[in-house]
Design a protein around this ligand. Structure first.
Ligand code: GDP
Ligand code: IMO
Ligand code: MG
Length: 442
C-alpha cells in the first residue's frame, strides 16, 4: 500500500505541479490533502501551460483518479470555473474526479472576512491570497463550518447557512465596517453548485482505503510549503493548514503506516510570496535576475515573488518535520550563467550563530545570513536529462546543497516541461531512511 507524499520544502511555488504531473505516470491516484485555491500549480506539457488551483496536478493524465481530500477547503465557484477551463481544453472529469464530502466549503463571507481582516492589519498584513482560506479553516476548527456533503441536503444547508451568516455579518458590519453578505443569494448559488458537483462528492477516505488495500499507488499532493505550515512555518506569516507530510494523513483519512515515502520539492534557490521573514532575500539586481529568469510571479495572484539564495537551514528543517526520504531539486537552469552562487549555512544574531532554523521570528527577521560561495557555471543546463551531462560546477553545487541539507535527490528539474528532468531514482521505490537531523561536516 504505497503512498508517496509530495511536499513543498520552502515557502511554496517550488515546482510541485510539474513534479506531481511527472510522477502521476507511475501512480494510480493523485490526492490533494490541504489548502484551497490559494495554490497555483503549473504543469507544462509541450507548448501548453496549465495552472491548477484545486484540481490535483495529475488530472492531465487519462485514466488516473484525482481526489480532493477532506483537508482541502473548497470554493465551489472556483472549482467549477477551473473544471470548465479544463473541459474547454479537452479534459474530462467523469469518473476521474472525487471530492470528499467532508471537505469544508469556502463561503462568500470567508472571502469578505479575509479581505477585511487584511485591510485592517495594514502594514502588518500577512499578504494572503484573499481567497478566504484562513476564515474557512478557522470556522472548521471552531465547528462552524459547512461541508461539501451539506450541499446535498438543502434544508440542513439552509439552517447552517442562516446561523453562520448571522455571525459573519455581525463581524463584517460591526467590527470591520464592511458590507454584509446575503444568505438568500448564497443559498441559491450554492444549491446550483451542489447540483453540478453532486456526482463527484463521495467518501474519499473509503475510496483510498480500498485502493490501498488493492495495492494501488497513491500520490498525496501537498500545496503551499513547509514554512507556510500553520505549526511548523514562520507563524503568523503562514497559511492556515498543514502542508507538511503529517497533513496528508488527516487531510485524506489515511494512516501514517500507509506512507512509504515523502518527497520534498526544493527550488535550487528560494522564493516567497506575501509578508514574513526571509533571511536570504535579495533586494538587489541578483534578486531581480532570479525573478526574471525564473519567471517568479505568482501563479494565483500574479504578485512578484521575493527571491533569494538557497538556505540550508530552511531545507534541513523541512527534512526533519516531513521526514523527507528524497527531494526533487527544481529550477537549476535558472542559476545558469551566474558568476558566484551563495548558499546560506547559518544565521548570526546578536553575536550568536544559529545552525538550525530558530523558532523565534525576531531572530529570523533581524539575522545576518552566513554564506559560503560557490563558483557558478557558464554552460546552459536547460533541458538536460542526464546527470553526467550537467556542467561539473552545477553538479558540485547540487552535491553541496544536498550534503549540507541532509537530503537525497531523486529528481533534478532543468526546465518547466515534463521531459526537462533528470531522473536519478524512480518513485515508489523502497524508502531510504535518512539521518536528516544529524549534524554534518562542512
Ligand atoms: P508550485 O506551486 O510548487 O506547483 O509551483 P508554481 O507552478 O507556482 O511555480 C513554479 C514555476 O516554475 C512554474 O512556472 C513552473 O512552470 C516553473 N518550473 C518548474 N520547474 C522548473 C524548472 O526546472 N525550470 C524552470 N525554468 N521552470 C520550472
Ligand atoms: P502553492 O501551492 C506560495 C502564501 C500567501 C501568504 C500566506 C497566507 O502554489 O505553492 P493564504 O491565502 O493561504 O491565507 O495566504 O501564504 N501562500 C502561498 N505562497 N505558494 C502558494 O501555494 C501559496 N498559498 C498561500 O502568499 O503569504
Ligand atoms: Mg504555486
Amino acid at each position: 500500500m504505497p503512498v508517496l507524499v509530495v511536499v513543498g520544502a520552502q515557502w511554496g511555488d517550488e515546482g510541485k505541479g510539474k513534479i506531481i504531473d511527472l510522477l502521476t505516470e507511475r501512480a494510480d491516484v493523485v490526492a490533494r490533502y490541504q489548502g484551497g485555491h490559494n495554490a497555483g500549480h503549473t504543469v507544462v506539457v509541450g507548448k501548453d501551460e496549465f495552472i491548477l488551483h484545486l484540481i490535483p496536478s495529475g488530472i492531465l493524465h487519462k485514466g488516473k483518479k484525482c481526489l480532493i481530500g477532506n483537508g482541502v477547503v473548497v470554493d465551489p465557484a472556483a472549482l467549477i470555473e477551473e473544471m470548465d477551463g479544463l473541459i474547454a481544453r479537452g479534459i474530462r472529469f467523469e469518473g476521474s474526479l472525487m471530492i470528499s464530502g467532508n471537505a469544508h466549503l469556502i463561503m462568500p463571507y470567508h472571502k469578505a472576512l479575509d479581505v477585511a481582516s487584511e485591510s485592517l492589519k495594514g502594514e502588518k498584513k500577512i499578504g494572503t491570497t484573499g481567497r478566504g482560506i484562513g476564515p474557512a479553516y478557522a470556522d472548521k476548527i471552531s465547528r462552524a463550518g459547512i461541508r461539501m456533503a451539506d450541499l446535498l441536503d438543502p434544508q440542513g444547508f439552509r439552517d447552517k447557512l442562516r446561523q453562520h451568516t448571522a455571525t459573519a455579518n455581525f463581524l463584517l458590519e460591526k467590527y470591520y465596517g464592511a458590507a454584509p453578505v446575503d444568505d438568500g443569494r448564497i443559498y441559491d448559488e450554492y444549491m446550483a453548485y451542489g447540483k453540478r458537483l453532486a456526482k463527484h462528492i463521495d467518501d474519499a477516505s473509503l475510496f483510498l482505503g480500498e485502493a490501498l488495500r488493492k495495492g494501488r499507488k497513491v500520490l498525496a499532493e501537498g500545496a503551499q510549503g513547509t514554512h507556510l505550515d500553520v505549526d511548523h512555518g514562520t507563524y503568523p506569516f503562514v497559511t492556515s493548514s498543514s502542508p507538511t507530510a503529517g497533513g496528508a494523513c488527516t487531510g485524506l483519512g489515511i494512516g501514517p503506516t500507509t506512507i512509504t515515502g515523502v518527497m520534498g520539492i526544493v527550488k535550487a534557490y528560494t522564493t516567497r510570496v506575501g509578508s514574513g521573514p526571509f533571511p536570504t532575500e535579495l533586494q538587489d539586481a541578483t534578486g531581480e535576475l532570479l525573478r526574471d529568469r525564473g519567471r517568479e510571479y505568482g501563479a494565483t495572484t500574479g504578485r512578484a515573488r521575493r527571491c533569494g539564495w538557497y538556505d540550508v537551514l530552511v531545507i534541513r528543517h523541512a527534512a526533519r518535520v516531513n521526514g523527507l526520504t528524497s527531494v526533487a531539486i527544481t529550477k537549476l537552469d535558472v542559476l545558469d550563467g551566474i558568476d558566484e552562487i551563495k548558499i546560506c549555512v547559518g544565521y548570526k544574531h546578536k553575536g550568536k550563530l544559529y545552525e538550525e532554523m530558530p523558532a523565534d521570528l525576531s531572530v529570523l527577521e533581524a539575522c545576518t545570513p552566513q554564506y559560503i560561495t560557490m563558483p557558478g557555471w557558464k554552460e546552459s543546463t536547460v533541458g538536460v536529462t542526464k546527470y553526467d551531462k550537467l556542467p561539473k560546477k552545477a553538479r558540485t553545487y547540487l552535491e553541496k546543497i544536498c550534503r549540507l541539507s541532509g537530503v537525497k535527490p531523486s529528481l533534478i528539474s532543468t526546465g518547466a516541461r515534463r521531459d526537462e528532468t533528470i531522473i536519478l531514482e524512480r518513485p515508489f521505490q523502497k524508502p531510504v531512511v535518512r539521518k536528516s537531523t544529524v549534524r554534518r561536516k562542512r
